[in-house]
Design a protein around this ligand. Structure first.
Ligand code: NAD
Length: 249
């Protein structure tokens, strides 16, 4: 069950954080995982960690906001592995920059671009590069890692980030309709507060999470592994909240 033997998965930003948990879960299910990151040392370290556990992993270093680099690197990987079957668009936050928080009225337009670039354009570039091959082969999984900030309003100074994350959720919904007949599913995951956020930010918020703890890379990985599975072929165009019960519908 959930076996991904013979499949190749590309997880962006899996050199650290949540992406590492997603990469590990997909590799545990039998997929070959391509670890992407902006930084070669992070990518190599993460892939090496998987290989040390007997799992199958390689690396591709590129910036998800650079369309030419995304296209070139994905084309190379497709040639090497006979296609990419599972695309996890995980890079987000403010990319490699510090996640500054500011109310919209106090924000500077020149600071908006980085949020849109990584959280929306990055998803678009990677998805656009893998979809033709997936459709041609008649099988594919696209999973976009969004956030609770992309589905609800929050008073924590993340409106531009939230707007980009909302865009990525609706992007998946639309694309899912276009490619469903080709055996390709497109879904989004809205993560809640995860254990990579700074302690001072997390501490006052933990008590408001019904499950009583922050999310982990394993929590994120488990949902990715489920959506990537062959058994999930009838699930598409959906948003799944992985947030310890923070956002009940
Ligand atoms: N951490 C949280 O609490 C939280 C909450 C909700 C949603 N999310 C979302 O989950 C995803 C993962 O979050 P995280 O906190 O693990 O990520 P992170 O900020 O720790 O970054 C993960 C990796 O992405 C790499 N990276 C940054 N910019 C890149 C680029 N342009 N191209 C390629 N690689 C790049 C970084 O080097 C890093 O290794 C993001 O989309 C984030 O928005 C996180």
């Amino acid at each position: 069950m959930w076996d991904l033997t013979g499949k190749t998965a590309l997880v962006t930003g899996s050199g650290s954080g949540m992406g590492q948990g997603m990469a590990k879960q997909l590799a545990l299910q039998g997929a070959h995982v391509i670890v992407n990151d902006l930084f070669v040392d992070k990518a190599e370290h993460s892939a090496q960690g998987l290989r040390a556990q007997g799992l199958s992993a390689s690396t591709r270093v590129f910036d998800v906001t650079d369309p030419a680099a995304v296209r070139a690197s994905i084309a190379e990987a497709e040639a090497e592995f006979d296609g990419i079957d599972i695309m996890v668009c995980n890079v987000g936050n403010a990319g490699a920059e510090h996640m500054e928080q500011a109310h919209f009225k106090d924000s500077l337009p020149e600071n908006w671009t980085k949020f849109i670039d990584v959280n929306l354009y990055g998803v678009m570039h990677c998805t656009h590069a893998v979809l033709p091959g997936m459709c041609e082969r008649g099988w594919g999984r696209v999973i976009s890692i969004s956030s609770g900030a992309g589905r609800t309003g929050l008073n924590i100074g993340v409106s531009i980030y939230g707007a980009a994350k909302a865009g990525s959720i609706n992007l998946m919904r639309h694309i899912s309709q276009e490619v469903a007949a080709h055996g390709v599913t497109c879904n989004a995951i809205a993560l809640g507060l995860m254990n990579t956020v700074p302690e001072e930010f997390a501490a006052p918020v933990i008590k408001s999470i019904p499950c009583g703890r922050l999310g982990t890379p394993e929590d994120a990985g488990n949902m990715v592994g489920f959506l990537a599975a062959k058994e999930s072929e009838w699930i598409t165009g959906q948003l799944f909240c992985v947030d310890g019960g923070s956002a009940p519908y």
